[in-house]
Design a protein around this ligand. Structure first.
Ligand code: SAM
Length: 243
């Protein structure tokens, strides 16, 4: 029987090409890796974990597959657990964008042989997109989904022309790094919800800043108002389908 996994992990799994050799870095209980093997999506998986508890959990989860030579569970930091040419796909999910970028940045040698990255930052998607843009990875897909009231974005990239998804758009690269160049083209309904949430966060900060007596808050309030104007315009475009 195939493992039941969350909608988020299922969406990540759907981006793994059939038969691929996949590394799941920061695998925790290795649910994704186990699902990829059981569903027949992956031919071989490496589950990488830096922390002892999740590493042991991953060992327990994958033990029958390790015995069959279809999985390997490794303890270590980021991509350092991999050998060059060993996997086709690297998944890094459920962490902040900054941590994902630091894992990618320290793994250039391993990434030279990787054909696809599937990244799901919990926050800081802009940082991940910027790293991909600056390191020769072309965004191929972007998805936004909601599970248990939390919004998640999944970014899929392959070696290629990193500027391609940013071309022929009316927004600047800087704006598209925030919005997601593919999400912006597609304008899914959840993107409006994401930017309404961002609007609410900025409004809250503005209310706090407005209560403060410190002189530097005048400039800060001006910046937040500018941000709110930008978000207003973004939401209007999302609602009307304008570029
Ligand atoms: N990837 C799973 C998911 O999306 O459900 C688990 C996400 S869990 C919140 C993040 C996991 O990444 C933790 O188990 C943590 O120990 C691991 N982790 C954090 N930094 C890491 C690193 N530098 N290398 C490998 N694993 C790391």
């Amino acid at each position: 029987m195939t493992l039941a996994i969350s909608e988020r992990l299922g969406a990540i799994a759907a981006y793994c090409p059939t038969g691929a050799r996949v590394a799941d870095i920061g695998s925790d209980h290795a649910l994704l890796a186990a699902y990829l093997l059981e569903s027949g999506a992956a031919s071989f998986v490496v589950a990488g974990e830096v922390n002892e508890g999740p590493f042991r959990a991953a060992c327990r989860q994958l033990s029958p597959m390790v015995d069959k030579g279809r999985a390997s569970v490794r303890k270590g930091d980021g991509l350092a657990v991999l050998n060059p040419g060993e996997v086709d796909v690297v998944c890094i999910a459920g962490m902040g964008g900054q941590l994902i970028v630091s894992i990618l940045e320290r793994g250039h040698a391993i990434l030279a042989d990787v054909q696809r990255l599937i990244l799901q930052p919990n926050v800081g998607e802009e940082l991940v997109r910027r790293w991909l843009l600056q390191n020769g990875w072309q965004l191929r897909s972007e998805t936004i989904l909601k599970e248990d009231q939390v919004l998640y974005e999944i970014l899929v990239a392959e070696p290629g022309d990193p500027y391609k998804p940013y071309e022929e758009q009316e927004r600047s690269v800087e704006e598209l790094l925030r919005l997601g160049p593919i999400l912006w083209r597609q304008k899914p309904t959840l993107l409006i919800e994401k930017w309404r949430r961002e609007q609410e966060k900025s409004r809250k900060i503005l209310r706090q800043v407005a209560c403060s007596q410190r002189p530097e808050t005048v400039e800060r309030a001006r910046e937040i108002k500018q941000e709110l104007n930008w978000i207003d315009e973004v939401i209007r475009c999302l609602q009307t389908g304008k570029p």
